[in-house]
Design a protein around this ligand. Sequence first.
Ligand code: URA
Length: 192
Amino acid sequence: MPKPHIPLEEIRAQVEGCHKCPLADGRTQTVFGAGNPKARVLIVGEAPGKNEDLQGVPFVGKAGQYLNELLAIAGLERDDVFIANVLKCRPPGNRDPRPEEIELCTPYLREQTRTIDPEFIVTLGNFSTKFILKTEIGITRLHGTLQRAGKFKVFPIFHPAAAIYDGSKREALENDFATLGELLRASDAAQA
Ligand code: URA
């Protein structure tokens, strides 16, 4: 018998009460994720930054504003998608997630994915791509290529923050979000 899906609000309560790793001590609040609980597209980022930690919502800072523009290129609005992160608490100074933090935190993302049951998972950057695809291949090689993880279609894209620091990533990001829009429309047409 398949395991029943845990309601999102129950997973949220687990995240809010989580003290499995020391990141809990430094957080203002957890960042569970936000958006359409029945989304066809689940976007997975890395970890909350300063603004997300303060507001409790993913991608509300500069990278988030750019993500909104990128979603529009794919014909999507934030309410069409669900946005979550690999880590639910902000690492100090926005350092990279550590392997033990990823191991302790990702059961929440796994349950979110099972409950939302999206058609597509868009992984933003190396950490989410490596976690979802269980690969060591980097985002530079994988971005813009359609992959699979079990029943899910996975579409890796550079992290939007990468374009803020390195303008040359902008074109790749914008092309990949345009391709995502095409993939969604092609899947709609195939199901019509
Ligand atoms: N970067 C991320 O990966 N996630 C956020 O929520 C914000 C910035």
